[in-house]
Design a protein around this ligand. Structure first.
Ligand SMILES: Nc1ncnc2c1ncn2[C@@H]1O[C@H](COP(=O)(O)OP(=O)(O)OP(=O)(O)O)[C@@H](O)[C@H]1O
Length: 514
């Protein structure tokens, strides 16, 4: 007889917590100097604006009016330093911190270029912007659309995975001049869609270039490059974290002996800075034993929500996001984004959280790069990132734009403390926050009972726990994140539920089996 599946039901009221450990009004995380992490305040911002005015740029009236409508008057540093080179037609490789205005820096010259060339839909695609994630592509498309709102003869659109290929093909057949795309889907159209015209391409922009050139995109990008016209094509690479790989790629793309190589301009706004993250970001770490992690997170979220804050929490796997969202949704509404969701769910969640005044978004690294969500107060890294670069992009979702402010907290197990050395080497310094044991709510058994009593939650907990161990095992910093030294009993409590029961064989055997 098949087991009847139960849907998660609303949780019974929490047990009365002894007032002495009723953390919920106290500061669960406290900085050593006694100043608990706080969110946005006034004054002393990032100072990314220059005294250069958009009104002094040699751009068309149409673009200038759109920029004025967006209420931008002064250029940011990356805009002031890269736009002149881009408008001269140089190939540019540019780097500037998160939230510093790179999107306008590459879009304005690209739109101007097509305007000057009098591009129209029948010319096909003249500019391609490659983005690593679908949400970032949608966001970049929306900015381009706003900038082009007074243009009547040039068109803008996007093609991304998870959306009907035929619908996109129809749009491409009509002619999309500025096309924002994810690499896999762009290649799909290049291979399968004869009505996609890109023979007149004038500019290729690769946003988050270091990510796009990583292993999982490399093959796609290589194929895309083979198909794109090279003659008279400008190539532009932007990111907050440029790598040697991007440099090598630039050399390869432009060709050592080609004339273009001589025109490659490098713009590094923060090259001489001693900090890899922005000024308005307050960042710290907290060492928390495995078995307390979820309870600390729960308390923290409850408290920040009571103060009407906007929080993003990063996990290492889709299954972890899914399970924690199901569990937290019994207690408190939260949003979640990960790669296992259907695209329409991802897009709708992204826009809901974008618009929300306060709330929680649980996510994987799919939301780590480029997303410009207004007024995020806190970034919590429940699971540590794979490498410093990922750390920089995750925390970059707060403290954005001029005078942006925000806070970030990294959860570490005692054995993971050495990660701070790697972060320090990448110019990231974190303050220490102590968590107060006496304020941790005594809810573990209560939560475990909820999870074990509900089939769906129970299954999700098992999957989340397995995924947590798998991602631990595949972590880049193997010397620190050593699965053989991980306390499995404690780890299972950080995903409250059946935990270790889902590992039936001995620890070593099970790990080897994976
Ligand atoms: N000239 C400007 N004046 C004021 N605000 C600006 C200006 N240019 C951009 N911004 C704002 O700064 C914020 C960050 O911009 P953007 O998303 O382009 O950053 P980014 O450098 O691409 O960040 P990331 O590296 O995270 O992708 C946006 O909210 C944008 O509206």
């Amino acid at each position: 007889m098949s087991k009847k599946r139960k849907r998660p039901v609303a949780a019974p009221p929490e047990p009365v917590v002894d007032a002495s450990n009723s953390n919920l009004d106290g500061e669960i995380l406290q900085q050593e100097d006694n100043a608990a992490i706080r969110s946005k305040g006034k004054g002393g911002g990032g100072g990314i604006l220059t005294d250069k005015l958009f009104s002094d740029l040699p751009i068309s009236d149409l673009t200038a009016r759109a920029i004025a409508d967006m209420n931008y008057t002064h250029l940011t540093q990356i805009q002031a330093r890269s736009i002149p080179h881009l408008m001269l037609g140089s190939d540019v490789m540019a780097s500037a911190k998160t939230g510093s205005g790179k999107t306008l820096a590459f879009l304005i010259p690209a739109i101007e270029l097509l305007h000057k060339l009098r591009f129209s839909p029948r010319n096909g695609t003249g500019v391609i912007v490659l983005c690593p994630t679908r949400e970032l592509a949608i966001q970049t498309h929306n900015v381009a659309k706003e900038l082009m709102k007074y243009y009547h003869s040039q068109t803008v659109g996007y093609v991304i995975g998870g959306i009907d290929l035929r619908g996109e093909a129809n749009q491409l057949a009509k002619g999309i001049n500025v096309l924002v795309a994810t690499p896999g889907r762009l290649l799909d159209h290049m291979q399968k869609n004869k009505s996609f015209k890109y023979g007149c391409l004038k500019c290729l922009i690769i946003d988050e270039a270091d990510r796009i050139l990583e292993e999982n995109f490399e093959e796609h990008v290589r194929e895309i490059f083979k198909r794109l016209p090279r003659k008279d094509r400008q190539t532009v690479l932007f990111s907050a974290t440029q790598t040697k790989k991007v440099e090598d790629f630039a050399k390869l793309t432009f060709g050592e002996k080609e004339e273009r190589q001589r025109k490659l301009v490098y713009v590094g706004v923060d090259d001489h800075e001693s900090k890899a993250t922005v000024k308005g970001l307050k960042q710290g770490y907290c060492v928390i034993p495995s078995e307390r992690r979820f309870l600390v997170l729960y308390s923290f979220l409850k408290k920040t929500l009571a103060r009407k804050k906007k929080v993003m929490v990063f996990f290492s796997s889709c299954n972890s996001v899914k399970f924690h969202a199901q569990l937290l949704n019994l207690i408190q509404i939260c949003y979640d984004i990960h790669g296992q969701l259907k695209q329409h769910q991802r897009t709708s969640t992204f826009f809901k959280f974008h618009k929300a005044q306060h709330g929680i978004l649980l996510c994987t690294n799919v939301a780590a790069r480029g997303l410009d969500i207004p007024d995020v107060d806190y970034i919590v890294q429940y699971d540590p990132p794979d490498e410093p670069k990922d750390y920089i992009h995750r925390v970059g979702r707060t403290a954005r734009g001029d005078n942006g402010k925000g806070s970030a907290i990294l959860f570490l197990l005692p054995k993971e403390l050495q990660m701070l050395i790697h972060l320090k080497a990448a110019n990231i310094s974190l303050s220490e926050y102590a968590f107060r044991e006496e304020l941790v709510p005594k809810l573990q058994t209560y939560l475990e009972n909820i999870v074990c009593g509900n089939y769906i939650l129970n299954q999700s907990a098992k999957e989340a726990y397995r995924s947590y161990l798998l991602s631990y095992k595949s972590h880049c910093m193997k010397d620190i994140f050593d699965i053989h030294r991980l306390d499995l009993t404690g780890a299972s409590k950080s995903e409250p539920g059946p935990g270790e029961q889902c590992i039936e064989t001995s620890k070593e055997e099970e790990i080897k089996r994976w």
